[in-house]
Design a protein around this ligand. Structure first.
Ligand SMILES: NC(=O)c1ccc[n+]([C@@H]2O[C@H](COP(=O)([O-])OP(=O)(O)OC[C@H]3O[C@@H](n4cnc5c(N)ncnc54)[C@H](OP(=O)(O)O)[C@@H]3O)[C@@H](O)[C@H]2O)c1
Length: 349
Protein backbone atom coordinates (compact mmCIF):
# COMPACT_ATOMS: atom_id res chain seq x y z
CA UNK A 1 0.00 0.00 0.00
CA UNK A 2 1.54 3.41 -0.93
CA UNK A 3 1.83 6.00 1.83
CA UNK A 4 -0.75 8.81 1.92
CA UNK A 5 0.06 12.33 3.11
CA UNK A 6 -2.56 14.99 3.84
CA UNK A 7 -2.65 18.71 4.60
CA UNK A 8 -4.27 18.95 8.03
CA UNK A 9 -5.90 21.80 9.91
CA UNK A 10 -5.73 21.03 13.64
CA UNK A 11 -7.58 24.05 15.00
CA UNK A 12 -9.12 27.41 14.08
CA UNK A 13 -6.55 29.79 12.61
CA UNK A 14 -3.73 27.24 13.00
CA UNK A 15 -1.15 26.83 10.24
CA UNK A 16 -1.68 23.84 7.97
CA UNK A 17 0.62 20.81 8.45
CA UNK A 18 1.47 17.87 6.19
CA UNK A 19 1.25 14.50 7.97
CA UNK A 20 0.87 10.86 7.02
CA UNK A 21 -2.73 9.60 7.20
CA UNK A 22 -4.41 6.25 6.48
CA UNK A 23 -4.69 5.02 2.90
CA UNK A 24 -8.43 5.19 2.03
CA UNK A 25 -10.61 2.31 0.86
CA UNK A 26 -13.31 2.48 -1.81
CA UNK A 27 -16.71 1.60 -0.38
CA UNK A 28 -19.91 1.18 -2.41
CA UNK A 29 -20.46 3.93 -5.01
CA UNK A 30 -17.03 5.44 -4.25
CA UNK A 31 -13.73 5.64 -6.09
CA UNK A 32 -10.22 6.38 -4.81
CA UNK A 33 -8.27 8.93 -6.84
CA UNK A 34 -4.50 9.53 -6.89
CA UNK A 35 -4.38 13.32 -6.63
CA UNK A 36 -2.48 15.10 -9.43
CA UNK A 37 -3.81 18.64 -9.00
CA UNK A 38 -5.99 20.61 -6.56
CA UNK A 39 -7.61 24.04 -6.79
CA UNK A 40 -8.12 26.42 -3.87
CA UNK A 41 -11.47 28.00 -2.98
CA UNK A 42 -12.65 30.72 -0.63
CA UNK A 43 -14.33 28.02 1.49
CA UNK A 44 -10.87 26.56 2.25
CA UNK A 45 -9.54 29.72 3.86
CA UNK A 46 -12.85 30.53 5.54
CA UNK A 47 -12.71 27.07 7.16
CA UNK A 48 -9.13 27.72 8.27
CA UNK A 49 -9.98 31.16 9.68
CA UNK A 50 -13.37 30.36 11.22
CA UNK A 51 -13.37 26.61 11.94
CA UNK A 52 -16.44 25.65 13.94
CA UNK A 53 -17.74 29.26 13.80
CA UNK A 54 -18.44 28.52 10.11
CA UNK A 55 -19.49 24.85 10.41
CA UNK A 56 -20.30 23.91 14.04
CA UNK A 57 -20.16 20.20 13.17
CA UNK A 58 -16.48 20.45 12.05
CA UNK A 59 -14.10 18.06 13.87
CA UNK A 60 -10.35 18.70 14.11
CA UNK A 61 -8.07 17.59 12.60
CA UNK A 62 -9.67 18.13 9.22
CA UNK A 63 -8.24 17.50 5.75
CA UNK A 64 -9.16 20.67 3.85
CA UNK A 65 -9.91 20.97 0.14
CA UNK A 66 -12.77 20.39 -2.27
CA UNK A 67 -11.41 20.45 -5.85
CA UNK A 68 -9.35 17.45 -6.94
CA UNK A 69 -8.24 15.89 -10.23
CA UNK A 70 -6.23 12.73 -10.76
CA UNK A 71 -6.43 9.12 -11.81
CA UNK A 72 -8.65 6.36 -10.47
CA UNK A 73 -6.69 3.80 -8.43
CA UNK A 74 -9.56 1.89 -6.77
CA UNK A 75 -13.21 1.32 -7.64
CA UNK A 76 -15.74 0.31 -4.97
CA UNK A 77 -18.69 -2.07 -5.31
CA UNK A 78 -21.67 -0.96 -7.45
CA UNK A 79 -19.66 1.69 -9.27
CA UNK A 80 -20.45 1.99 -12.98
CA UNK A 81 -18.66 4.07 -15.56
CA UNK A 82 -15.20 4.28 -13.93
CA UNK A 83 -12.17 2.07 -14.55
CA UNK A 84 -8.71 1.97 -13.02
CA UNK A 85 -6.52 4.59 -14.69
CA UNK A 86 -9.38 6.87 -15.78
CA UNK A 87 -8.58 10.57 -15.54
CA UNK A 88 -11.20 12.28 -13.40
CA UNK A 89 -12.06 15.54 -11.66
CA UNK A 90 -14.44 15.54 -8.71
CA UNK A 91 -15.82 17.24 -5.65
CA UNK A 92 -14.17 16.19 -2.40
CA UNK A 93 -14.74 17.83 0.98
CA UNK A 94 -14.38 16.87 4.61
CA UNK A 95 -15.59 18.20 7.92
CA UNK A 96 -13.18 15.96 9.86
CA UNK A 97 -13.55 12.57 11.56
CA UNK A 98 -14.76 9.78 9.30
CA UNK A 99 -15.10 12.24 6.41
CA UNK A 100 -11.36 12.97 6.22
CA UNK A 101 -10.70 10.48 3.38
CA UNK A 102 -12.81 12.87 1.24
CA UNK A 103 -10.72 16.00 1.86
CA UNK A 104 -9.09 17.02 -1.44
CA UNK A 105 -5.71 18.11 -0.07
CA UNK A 106 -4.12 14.65 0.21
CA UNK A 107 -2.40 12.18 -2.10
CA UNK A 108 -5.32 9.73 -2.25
CA UNK A 109 -8.92 10.99 -2.05
CA UNK A 110 -12.27 9.18 -1.88
CA UNK A 111 -14.97 10.57 -4.20
CA UNK A 112 -18.66 9.70 -4.64
CA UNK A 113 -19.18 8.15 -8.07
CA UNK A 114 -21.92 10.70 -8.92
CA UNK A 115 -19.65 13.66 -8.07
CA UNK A 116 -16.71 12.76 -10.33
CA UNK A 117 -16.44 13.23 -14.09
CA UNK A 118 -14.15 11.39 -16.46
CA UNK A 119 -12.11 13.90 -18.43
CA UNK A 120 -10.41 13.65 -21.81
CA UNK A 121 -6.90 12.11 -21.45
CA UNK A 122 -5.44 15.02 -23.42
CA UNK A 123 -6.73 17.61 -20.92
CA UNK A 124 -4.26 18.47 -18.14
CA UNK A 125 -5.31 17.92 -14.55
CA UNK A 126 -4.36 21.53 -13.79
CA UNK A 127 -6.65 22.84 -16.52
CA UNK A 128 -9.66 20.92 -15.28
CA UNK A 129 -9.27 20.88 -11.50
CA UNK A 130 -11.13 24.14 -10.86
CA UNK A 131 -14.38 22.69 -12.21
CA UNK A 132 -15.93 20.52 -9.46
CA UNK A 133 -16.76 23.28 -6.95
CA UNK A 134 -17.75 25.85 -9.55
CA UNK A 135 -19.87 23.41 -11.56
CA UNK A 136 -21.63 21.90 -8.54
CA UNK A 137 -22.37 25.34 -7.06
CA UNK A 138 -23.81 26.60 -10.33
CA UNK A 139 -25.72 23.33 -10.87
CA UNK A 140 -27.27 23.47 -7.38
CA UNK A 141 -28.54 27.02 -8.02
CA UNK A 142 -29.72 26.43 -11.58
CA UNK A 143 -31.16 22.91 -11.56
CA UNK A 144 -32.28 21.84 -8.09
CA UNK A 145 -36.05 22.09 -7.51
CA UNK A 146 -35.93 24.50 -4.55
CA UNK A 147 -33.72 26.89 -6.52
CA UNK A 148 -34.22 27.98 -10.17
CA UNK A 149 -35.41 24.48 -11.16
CA UNK A 150 -34.27 24.87 -14.79
CA UNK A 151 -34.36 22.04 -17.29
CA UNK A 152 -31.09 20.06 -17.41
CA UNK A 153 -28.17 21.01 -19.70
CA UNK A 154 -27.39 18.91 -22.79
CA UNK A 155 -23.86 18.48 -24.09
CA UNK A 156 -25.01 18.00 -27.67
CA UNK A 157 -26.16 21.41 -28.97
CA UNK A 158 -28.62 19.76 -31.38
CA UNK A 159 -30.37 18.02 -28.43
CA UNK A 160 -31.09 21.29 -26.60
CA UNK A 161 -34.71 22.39 -26.25
CA UNK A 162 -34.73 26.19 -26.33
CA UNK A 163 -37.00 27.62 -23.62
CA UNK A 164 -37.21 31.21 -24.86
CA UNK A 165 -36.50 32.30 -21.27
CA UNK A 166 -33.62 34.36 -19.88
CA UNK A 167 -31.64 34.05 -16.64
CA UNK A 168 -29.46 36.57 -14.83
CA UNK A 169 -26.06 35.34 -13.67
CA UNK A 170 -24.74 38.06 -11.35
CA UNK A 171 -20.94 37.62 -11.18
CA UNK A 172 -20.27 35.99 -14.57
CA UNK A 173 -16.47 36.25 -14.23
CA UNK A 174 -16.36 34.22 -11.01
CA UNK A 175 -15.55 30.55 -11.44
CA UNK A 176 -19.12 29.71 -10.45
CA UNK A 177 -20.41 32.30 -12.94
CA UNK A 178 -18.35 30.88 -15.84
CA UNK A 179 -19.87 27.45 -15.16
CA UNK A 180 -23.38 28.91 -14.78
CA UNK A 181 -23.21 30.79 -18.08
CA UNK A 182 -22.14 27.69 -20.01
CA UNK A 183 -24.63 25.34 -18.32
CA UNK A 184 -27.47 27.88 -18.58
CA UNK A 185 -26.94 28.13 -22.35
CA UNK A 186 -26.62 24.32 -22.60
CA UNK A 187 -29.96 24.02 -20.79
CA UNK A 188 -31.69 26.19 -23.40
CA UNK A 189 -31.78 29.62 -21.72
CA UNK A 190 -30.47 33.02 -22.76
CA UNK A 191 -27.96 34.32 -20.18
CA UNK A 192 -27.44 37.96 -19.18
CA UNK A 193 -24.60 38.59 -16.74
CA UNK A 194 -22.63 41.15 -14.72
CA UNK A 195 -18.85 41.52 -14.36
CA UNK A 196 -16.10 44.15 -14.70
CA UNK A 197 -15.92 45.66 -18.22
CA UNK A 198 -12.50 44.05 -18.84
CA UNK A 199 -14.28 40.65 -18.66
CA UNK A 200 -17.22 41.47 -20.99
CA UNK A 201 -15.65 39.79 -23.99
CA UNK A 202 -14.65 36.74 -21.93
CA UNK A 203 -18.14 36.05 -20.55
CA UNK A 204 -19.68 36.63 -23.96
CA UNK A 205 -17.33 34.03 -25.44
CA UNK A 206 -18.69 31.61 -22.84
CA UNK A 207 -22.21 32.24 -24.12
CA UNK A 208 -23.68 35.29 -22.33
CA UNK A 209 -25.63 37.52 -24.72
CA UNK A 210 -25.01 40.70 -22.73
CA UNK A 211 -22.81 41.80 -19.82
CA UNK A 212 -23.20 44.81 -17.50
CA UNK A 213 -20.82 46.42 -15.02
CA UNK A 214 -21.87 45.53 -11.46
CA UNK A 215 -19.94 48.60 -10.18
CA UNK A 216 -22.25 51.00 -12.06
CA UNK A 217 -24.76 53.09 -10.09
CA UNK A 218 -27.31 52.35 -12.83
CA UNK A 219 -26.88 48.56 -12.79
CA UNK A 220 -30.42 47.76 -11.58
CA UNK A 221 -32.01 49.94 -14.26
CA UNK A 222 -29.59 48.57 -16.90
CA UNK A 223 -30.65 45.02 -16.07
CA UNK A 224 -34.36 45.82 -16.06
CA UNK A 225 -33.96 47.48 -19.48
CA UNK A 226 -32.05 44.44 -20.77
CA UNK A 227 -34.90 42.16 -19.68
CA UNK A 228 -37.55 44.23 -21.47
CA UNK A 229 -39.67 41.94 -23.61
CA UNK A 230 -38.09 38.82 -22.09
CA UNK A 231 -39.40 36.17 -19.71
CA UNK A 232 -37.12 35.71 -16.73
CA UNK A 233 -36.37 32.18 -15.43
CA UNK A 234 -34.71 33.50 -12.26
CA UNK A 235 -31.39 34.93 -11.06
CA UNK A 236 -28.22 33.37 -9.68
CA UNK A 237 -26.37 35.77 -7.34
CA UNK A 238 -22.60 35.22 -7.05
CA UNK A 239 -20.15 37.83 -5.76
CA UNK A 240 -16.80 37.96 -4.03
CA UNK A 241 -16.08 37.86 -0.30
CA UNK A 242 -16.92 41.56 0.29
CA UNK A 243 -20.19 41.80 2.32
CA UNK A 244 -21.13 45.12 0.67
CA UNK A 245 -20.78 43.62 -2.81
CA UNK A 246 -22.78 40.57 -1.71
CA UNK A 247 -25.63 42.73 -0.38
CA UNK A 248 -25.70 44.80 -3.60
CA UNK A 249 -25.83 41.59 -5.64
CA UNK A 250 -28.69 40.11 -3.60
CA UNK A 251 -30.70 43.36 -3.66
CA UNK A 252 -30.26 43.81 -7.42
CA UNK A 253 -31.23 40.20 -8.19
CA UNK A 254 -34.35 40.47 -6.03
CA UNK A 255 -35.28 43.80 -7.62
CA UNK A 256 -34.90 42.34 -11.10
CA UNK A 257 -37.04 39.21 -10.61
CA UNK A 258 -39.64 41.24 -8.71
CA UNK A 259 -40.03 43.71 -11.59
CA UNK A 260 -39.85 41.66 -14.78
CA UNK A 261 -42.25 38.96 -16.03
CA UNK A 262 -41.32 35.37 -15.19
CA UNK A 263 -40.16 33.17 -12.33
CA UNK A 264 -39.59 34.88 -8.97
CA UNK A 265 -36.60 32.77 -7.90
CA UNK A 266 -33.12 33.83 -6.71
CA UNK A 267 -30.36 31.33 -5.85
CA UNK A 268 -27.61 32.72 -3.62
CA UNK A 269 -23.97 31.60 -3.53
CA UNK A 270 -23.62 33.85 -0.43
CA UNK A 271 -25.52 33.74 2.85
CA UNK A 272 -29.00 35.33 2.67
CA UNK A 273 -29.86 38.47 4.62
CA UNK A 274 -31.96 38.13 7.79
CA UNK A 275 -35.14 39.52 6.25
CA UNK A 276 -36.36 38.48 2.83
CA UNK A 277 -39.21 39.88 0.71
CA UNK A 278 -42.45 37.92 0.30
CA UNK A 279 -43.35 36.39 -3.02
CA UNK A 280 -39.80 35.54 -4.10
CA UNK A 281 -38.19 32.11 -3.69
CA UNK A 282 -34.70 32.72 -2.31
CA UNK A 283 -32.32 30.01 -1.18
CA UNK A 284 -28.66 29.70 -0.18
CA UNK A 285 -26.69 27.19 -2.25
CA UNK A 286 -24.81 24.33 -0.61
CA UNK A 287 -22.88 22.94 -3.55
CA UNK A 288 -22.53 19.34 -2.34
CA UNK A 289 -26.34 19.01 -2.09
CA UNK A 290 -26.47 17.88 -5.72
CA UNK A 291 -24.94 14.53 -4.71
CA UNK A 292 -28.19 13.53 -2.99
CA UNK A 293 -30.42 13.81 -6.06
CA UNK A 294 -30.35 13.26 -9.81
CA UNK A 295 -28.61 16.59 -10.51
CA UNK A 296 -25.18 15.27 -9.38
CA UNK A 297 -25.22 12.23 -11.64
CA UNK A 298 -26.57 14.15 -14.63
CA UNK A 299 -23.91 16.85 -14.37
CA UNK A 300 -20.84 14.78 -13.47
CA UNK A 301 -21.54 11.43 -15.18
CA UNK A 302 -23.58 12.45 -18.23
CA UNK A 303 -23.23 16.12 -19.17
CA UNK A 304 -19.62 17.06 -18.30
CA UNK A 305 -17.72 14.11 -19.85
CA UNK A 306 -19.47 14.62 -23.21
CA UNK A 307 -19.41 18.43 -23.04
CA UNK A 308 -15.67 18.46 -22.27
CA UNK A 309 -15.03 16.04 -25.13
CA UNK A 310 -17.06 17.93 -27.73
CA UNK A 311 -15.87 21.35 -26.49
CA UNK A 312 -19.34 22.65 -25.62
CA UNK A 313 -18.08 23.22 -22.04
CA UNK A 314 -14.60 24.67 -21.59
CA UNK A 315 -12.67 24.91 -18.29
CA UNK A 316 -13.10 28.53 -17.20
CA UNK A 317 -11.81 30.85 -15.91
CA UNK A 318 -8.21 30.19 -16.98
CA UNK A 319 -6.04 28.50 -14.38
CA UNK A 320 -2.69 29.57 -12.95
CA UNK A 321 -0.39 26.96 -11.38
CA UNK A 322 1.02 28.64 -8.26
CA UNK A 323 3.06 25.79 -6.82
CA UNK A 324 3.65 22.11 -6.52
CA UNK A 325 3.14 19.68 -3.62
CA UNK A 326 0.85 19.74 -0.58
CA UNK A 327 3.18 22.25 1.12
CA UNK A 328 2.43 24.82 -1.62
CA UNK A 329 -1.31 24.93 -0.89
CA UNK A 330 -1.06 27.33 2.06
CA UNK A 331 0.71 29.88 -0.20
CA UNK A 332 -2.03 29.45 -2.80
CA UNK A 333 -4.66 30.19 -0.13
CA UNK A 334 -2.79 33.35 0.89
CA UNK A 335 -2.75 34.45 -2.75
CA UNK A 336 -6.48 33.72 -3.09
CA UNK A 337 -7.25 35.85 -0.02
CA UNK A 338 -5.79 38.88 -1.86
CA UNK A 339 -8.37 38.33 -4.65
CA UNK A 340 -8.34 37.08 -8.22
CA UNK A 341 -10.07 38.22 -11.40
CA UNK A 342 -11.31 35.56 -13.83
CA UNK A 343 -8.60 33.17 -12.70
CA UNK A 344 -8.44 29.83 -10.82
CA UNK A 345 -5.42 29.18 -8.59
CA UNK A 346 -4.14 25.63 -8.85
CA UNK A 347 -1.42 23.49 -7.21
CA UNK A 348 0.13 20.43 -8.90
CA UNK A 349 0.52 17.45 -6.59
N1 LIG B 1 -22.51 28.30 -1.39
C1 LIG B 1 -21.66 27.48 -1.98
O1 LIG B 1 -21.80 26.25 -1.96
C2 LIG B 1 -20.47 28.08 -2.68
C3 LIG B 1 -19.54 27.25 -3.34
C4 LIG B 1 -18.50 27.86 -4.02
C5 LIG B 1 -18.36 29.23 -4.03
N2 LIG B 1 -19.26 29.99 -3.35
C6 LIG B 1 -19.12 31.45 -3.33
O2 LIG B 1 -19.29 31.89 -4.67
C7 LIG B 1 -18.52 33.06 -4.88
C8 LIG B 1 -17.68 32.87 -6.12
O3 LIG B 1 -16.70 31.89 -5.89
P1 LIG B 1 -15.60 31.65 -7.02
O4 LIG B 1 -14.59 30.72 -6.48
O5 LIG B 1 -16.27 31.35 -8.29
O6 LIG B 1 -15.02 33.11 -7.06
P2 LIG B 1 -13.75 33.72 -7.79
O7 LIG B 1 -13.59 33.07 -9.12
O8 LIG B 1 -12.59 33.69 -6.86
O9 LIG B 1 -14.27 35.20 -7.94
C9 LIG B 1 -13.46 36.20 -8.48
C10 LIG B 1 -14.38 37.09 -9.27
O10 LIG B 1 -15.35 37.68 -8.41
C11 LIG B 1 -15.94 38.73 -9.14
N3 LIG B 1 -16.59 39.63 -8.21
C12 LIG B 1 -16.07 40.19 -7.11
N4 LIG B 1 -16.99 40.95 -6.48
C13 LIG B 1 -18.13 40.87 -7.23
C14 LIG B 1 -19.41 41.43 -7.11
N5 LIG B 1 -19.74 42.26 -6.10
N6 LIG B 1 -20.33 41.13 -8.05
C15 LIG B 1 -20.02 40.31 -9.07
N7 LIG B 1 -18.81 39.74 -9.25
C16 LIG B 1 -17.87 40.03 -8.32
C17 LIG B 1 -14.77 39.34 -9.89
O11 LIG B 1 -15.24 39.65 -11.18
P3 LIG B 1 -14.60 40.83 -12.07
O12 LIG B 1 -13.13 40.48 -12.17
O13 LIG B 1 -15.32 40.76 -13.35
O14 LIG B 1 -14.83 42.11 -11.30
C18 LIG B 1 -13.71 38.22 -9.92
O15 LIG B 1 -13.39 37.82 -11.23
C19 LIG B 1 -17.69 33.27 -3.61
O16 LIG B 1 -18.32 34.25 -2.81
C20 LIG B 1 -17.74 31.92 -2.93
O17 LIG B 1 -17.58 32.02 -1.54
C21 LIG B 1 -20.31 29.46 -2.69
Amino acid sequence: MPSNYALLLKGKNEPLVVEEVAFPTAEAHRIVVRTRAVAVNQADFFLQMMGQDLFPWLEFPVVLGFDVAGEVVAVGPDVEGFQLGDHVAGLGGSFGGDLNPRGAFQNYVVLDDNMAATIPDAMSYENIVGLPVTVSTAACGLFMPDYLDLQFPQADPSARKQTGKTILVWGGATGVGCAAIQMGVAAGYEVITTCSPKNYEYVQRLGATAAFDYHSSTISDDLKAAFTGKTCAGALAIAGADPVGCKEAIDACIELVANVPGDKAVALAMRPPDSLPDGIRIKFIFCSDIKDNEVGGHIFNTYLPEALSNGSFVPAPKHEVVGSGLEAIEGALEQLKKGVSAKKLVVSI
